[in-house]
Design a protein around this ligand. Structure first.
Ligand code: ADP
Length: 519
């Protein structure tokens, strides 16, 4: 639905020029129009279907995605009430790793898109692991050998569609992530390109040499000729074909969704991090100009390239975050709405020694125990609903803090700032507790559409809407900062309590112990 909006606290009319952000996500395609002041003017959202042809397999119809993205873009521009000629630029951000293979001549996909969640190539990954290639791949790509990334997905399509491999060798086919798929079509089939933030999620991109790797292409059997040209994340990729909006607007920014959010949050300096509190948490920390190799199982990735070389990031995730609140609501019936959890948490001075470790699907960094299952520890006769609700919210912050500590350890420098977004970041209690626990101010922006805003920033930066990073830093508005209030001693005591609860949660036989597992 188009949702007219303006930046909180500003009654001013939207200011041209405008920037259109296309946010192509796993479940829907969105389009958002921002004005020169960074205010959201209008948006539209179109869901697309999910296909599960076999257990563990996930596919999308790439043509449906293109159609929905086109509708969203047209609706958003109409809802903004602006002329397409007032659009200075288009930015693209996208679900990452999802792979598409299509015909160069017709633009038609030869197979459904294989989605990042799809596990169909897990056996190929196991075979590569058995050959001892995981350390080499981690060193070259910054990634953990896993079916999640694009390389084995592209190879699978080439191997399973009759004649595809020969056609690829003849130069008849193109392959890429969703950004490249959209870019190709939005430019009328004239541009086949991507940016380093997306390229660095394929397992074919050399993180150090900043180019497609011949060795990796050979290893994964992906012909170099199908791959897009890698260009800076901020810069003109081509012009939007006039058939879409009636104006040839430059497409001037591309980044994968998590990296776009890091940029949209203004995390431009090393040590600056963002945490997206959704169903799970996605944490990224800017590590500056050198790729930092993680010793804790995190992923190293390109954050963006503004044309002067790559900026890198460390990435980690928490498997269960907002899902814990849903669990309290839907399974335990302890609360009737997510916001009730906050009120309950705030009704007691502390969790009364209760810890909720939501290891529903195992525990990630730094424990890496896929067999662990959730626990509630520290219960006593006086423990009540409010303590459990509080422990659930605290558990989200404790898990995020574990990942942030890994990042700081890998980087060799403390966390400089934490900026937050996502559905659960509305919880004042959770944000305040995170600030106390991690000992850093937690900054919640006025506009929580940070992913789309990041894509708009990359595109606006390339087209003069914003002159430089300083200008962008001022465009992003903070709504509230949660300052840390605890002493170091008190923080250490909290962490010790959490670690003890985690110790009781870990499985006895931990086969994956110490191994870098699936992201
Ligand atoms: P996703 O993009 O992963 O679907 P969202 O960013 O939309 O997630 O966030 C939804 C999550 O936020 C849900 O899991 C929900 O439990 C959680 N959430 C929403 N409101 C609150 C709240 N007030 N306190 C804690 N968690 C909340």
């Amino acid at each position: 639905m188009p949702a007219p909006a303006s930046a909180p606290g500003t009654a001013a009319a939207p200011r041209p020029p405008f920037v259109l952000a296309l946010d192509q996500g796993t479940t829907s395609s969105r389009a958002l129009v921002f004005d020169a002041g960074g205010a959201l003017v209008a948006s539209a959202q179109k869901p697309h279907r999910q296909f599960y042809p076999q257990s563990g397999w996930v596919e999308h119809d790439a043509l449906e995605i293109l159609a929905r993205q086109t509708e969203a873009m047209q609706e958003a521009v109409a809802a903004a009430g602006i002329s397409p000629a007032d659009l200075a630029a288009v930015g693209i951000t996208n679900q990452r790793e999802t792979a598409v293979v299509w015909e160069r001549a017709t633009g038609r996909p030869i197979h459904p898109a294989i989605v990042w969640q799809c596990r169909r190539t897990a056996t190929e990954c196991d075979a590569l692991r058995d050959r001892g290639l995981a350390p080499f791949l981690a060193e070259r790509t910054g990634l953990v050998l896993d079916a999640y990334f694009s390389a084995t997905k592209i190879a699978w399509i080439l191997d399973h569609v009759p004649g595809a491999r020969a056609r690829a060798e003849r130069g008849e086919l193109l392959a890429g992530t969703i950004d490249s798929w959209l870019l190709f079509h939005l430019t009328g089939g004239t541009v086949h390109a991507t940016d380093p933030s997306n390229a660095s999620r394929t397992m074919l991109y050399d993180l150090h040499e900043c180019r497609w790797s011949e060795a990796l292409c050979d290893l994964f059997r992906v012909p170099r000729s199908v791959l897009p040209e890698v260009r800076p994340s901020s810069g003109v990729f081509g012009a939007l074909d006039a058939s879409f909006l009636g104006a040839a607007v430059p497409i001037a920014g591309i980044a994968g969704d998590q990296q776009a959010a890091l940029f949209g949050q203004g995390c431009f300096a090393p040590g600056a991090a963002k945490n997206t509190y959704g169903t799970g948490c996605f944490l990224l920390m800017n590590t500056g100009r050198t790729p930092v190799r993680s010793r804790t199982g995190l992923v190293t990735t390109v954050a963006w390239d503004l044309g002067d070389g790559p900026v890198y990031a460390l990435e980690g995730s928490v498997f269960n975050a907002g899902s814990v609140i849903q669990w309290l609501r839907d399974e335990l019936h302890l609360i009737s709405a997510a916001s009730e959890c906050d009120r309950l948490a705030e009704s007691v001075p502390d969790a009364g020694g209760v810890h909720l470790v939501p290891a529903f699907t195992g525990l990630g960094a730094p424990y890496w125990d896929m067999r662990a299952r959730g626990t509630i520890t520290g219960l006593h006769r006086g423990s009540g609903r409010a303590h459990i609700a509080r422990a659930a919210l605290e558990g989200i912050a404790f898990q995020s803090d574990d990942v942030l500590r890994c990042m700081a350890q890998d980087l060799g420098a403390p966390l400089a700032a934490l900026r937050v977004d996502g559905g659960a970041s509305v919880s004042d209690f959770l944000m305040g507790f995170q600030a106390d626990l991690s000992g850093v101010p937690v900054d919640r922006p006025a506009c929580i559409e940070t992913t789309a805003f990041g894509a708009a920033c990359l595109a606006g930066l390339a087209t003069g809407v914003w002159p430089d990073l300083d200008a962008l830093a001022h465009v992003r508005a903070t709504a509230r900062v949660f300052p840390p209030t605890l002493t170091e001693e008190r923080r250490a005591a909290l962490v010790a309590g959490w670690r003890e609860a985690v110790r009781r949660t870990l499985s006895d036989d931990r086969p994956g112990r110490g191994e870098a597992p699936s992201p």
